[in-house]
Design a protein around this ligand. Structure first.
Ligand code: GBH
Length: 540
């Protein structure tokens, strides 16, 4: 009898994993934040003397490349509504607001010869307003809106970008560093280089695979390192802040965990997506990942490029200069892909040469039962977040990790139960990693409000706050997720009894368990959610 029960018990407990606690607490000093980026929310694309960015240029000249042919000329109008934005941040009970500076708003032509007084003042006011409400600004120096004038010089593929980015960064560090204590240089280098140049997903939309993205990455890493050295030498001791970088990747899960090939695909994909930028900065010996160097060198040779690999080489001096240039590991992640090796006859059908062909990995999300709330890439698989955090911890010798972006998109609306579910589950996965020893010190939800979602325009929404893009006032209204997230930040806990994807009756039960101020009458619908100006208790 016992011979039978014991294995069954073991089986059950191992399936359950850790003991499931329904109310889970984060460490006391855990940092909570919410994020946005300049092009996505500001509008005012030519306000005062702002210069044109590559996103202004792309959306104006090629609207057909955007899902709804829209642009962010006005977007959420944060160029004018920044005071309201700060109130929203405040109401979420977060300690940190992560936003970015628009380079062409500050230096319209990209060069330091001409700076915009209005642009400088805009961010200065925003920072002061945040500090007035005890919110710590966390500033991204570059979140994709390169001055178009610099693109015309080749943008990130031209090494000239290194001194130019340094000039721009010096100016903002000097101007705002007395009040800004957390900086990140560049948001998501992989997207900047591969999506902007290798593919046509992002501005400047080169669609030129296999070459420019590696030049971009090379210059970008050097530019990042120069800015960090400058900060450490000229500003850090006086200003007392920290500086780092924000990288991104999906978790690359072996399609079949028992297949050696699939496990190799997973490891290689992690090295290509994340290691491309993380290895030079965070690994013990620096430089690109070995697998990347070797594969691209061999393939380049085979493809007739001769002995010069399409992946540029760092000198020993450059390797040392780049290594260690981040005070924390900023990671943005949203979803998971399943991976297998690309077959001999290029089963993935990748262009030759290309990043994907160099990597030699095929990705899919087919055949999984991971839910999605209206996006064709963002499938919900919280375990992937846990796996990713464990991987970073192992690979880069336990760095301090800040989750600088995580969140989910839907097609809009105030009753965003799927988003509530997503946050609870992903935060639970983050907590699992913390409990397993990973040094994760903060979590920044993406995003403060609905905004311009790049290539998909306004068709996908990530906001905790709804924005009415049809109203000239761009009225902001808290979604249900805003109320729940505010409660999470206030109490430092997640409550997993509240699983909104449940049926109506279970929903009511779960709702009743929510703290009173976060309860929203599910049945009475959206009208219950008061918008701007409401004075009801718990209004945001
Ligand atoms: C981040 O980028 C950005 O930092 C932020 O500005 C953005 O709003 C946020 O995430 C949400 O997307 O997987 O091949 O189908 C991520 C940009 C663009 C990533 C679309 C996934 C889908 C391409 N995302 N991309 S694919």
């Amino acid at each position: 009898m016992f011979k039978f029960i014991l294995p069954v018990l073991l089986l059950i407990t191992s399936c359950l994993g850790r003991p499931e606690s329904q109310i889970r607490r984060f460490p006391n000093d855990f940092l909570w934040g919410v994020g946005s980026s300049a092009y996505q929310i500001e509008g005012g694309w030519n306000a005062d003397d702002k210069g044109e960015s590559i996103w202004d240029f792309l959306t104006h000249t090629h609207p057909e490349k955007i899902a709804d042919q829209s642009n962010a000329d006005i977007s959420a109008d944060s160029y004018h509504q920044w005071k309201r934005d700060v109130q929203m941040v405040k109401k979420l009970n977060v300690g940190t607001y992560r936003f970015s500076l628009s380079w062409p708003r500050i230096m319209p032509g990209g060069y330091k010869n001409r700076v915009s007084t209005a642009g400088i003042k805009y961010y200065s006011n925003l920072i002061d307003e945040l500090l007035r409400y005890n919110i710590t600004p966390m500033v991204t120096i570059y979140h994709w809106d390169l001055p178009q004038k610099l693109q015309e010089l080749g943008g990130w593929t031209n090494p000239e970008i290194i001194p130019l980015f340094k000039d721009y960064a010096r100016f903002v560090l000097k101007t705002y560093g007395d009040r800004v204590k957390t900086w990140t240089t560049i948001n998501e280098p992989w997207h900047v280089c591969e999506c902007g140049l290798g593919l046509d997903y992002m501005a400047p939309s080169y669609n030129y695979p296999g070459i420019p993205s590696y030049l971009c990455g090379h210059n970008l890493l050097k530019a990042h390192a120069e800015v960090v050295h400058m900060y450490r030498e000229q500003f850090q001791s006086k200003q007392g802040g920290r500086i780092g970088i924000t990288l991104d990747t999906s978790w690359m899960e072996p399609k079949d965990i028992n297949s050696t090939d699939d496990r190799e695909a997973s490891e290689r994909a992690m090295q290509f997506y994340l290691g491309w930028f993380a290895h030079p900065i965070f690994s013990e010996h620096g430089n690109y990942p070995k697998v990347m160097i070797e594969r691209i060198r061999n393939l380049s040779k085979k493809q007739g490029f001769g002995v010069r690999s399409r992946l540029p080489e760092f000198t020993t001096e450059e390797i040392h200069r780049i290594r260690g240039t981040s005070d924390f590991f900023g990671i943005n992640s949203y979803t998971t892909k399943l991976v297998t090796l690309n077959g001999h006859n290029n089963t993935g059908q990748f262009p030759v040469p290309s990043f994907n062909h160099d990597m030699g990995v095929v990705e899919t999300q087919k055949g999984v039962d991971w839910p999605s709330s209206g996006s064709d890439w963002l499938k919900v698989y919280p375990k992937g977040m846990y796996n990713l955090l464990m991987w970073i911890n192992r690979e880069y010798n336990a760095p301090e990790i800040l989750v600088t972006e995580n969140g989910v998109s839907d097609r809009g609306g105030l009753e965003d139960y799927a988003r509530v579910d997503y946050y609870n589950l992903y935060l639970s996965a983050v907590l699992d990693a913390i409990e397993d020893g990973v040094n994760i010190t903060g979590y920044i939800a993406w995003s403060l409000m609905d905004s311009y979602e790049w290539k998909v325009g306004f068709t996908e929404k990530f906001g905790l706050y709804h924005v009415d893009f049809n109203s000239p006032k761009r009225t902001r209204t808290p979604k249900i997720s805003a109320r729940v997230f505010a409660q999470i930040c206030k109490t430092n806990t997640i409550d997993l009894r509240y699983r909104p994807k449940l049926n109506e009756e279970q929903q009511q039960v779960a709702m009743a368990q929510l703290p009173a101020e976060n309860q929203v009458a599910r049945t009475s619908g959206a009208s219950q959610l008061k918008s701007e100006g409401s004075s009801s208790p718990g209004s945001l």
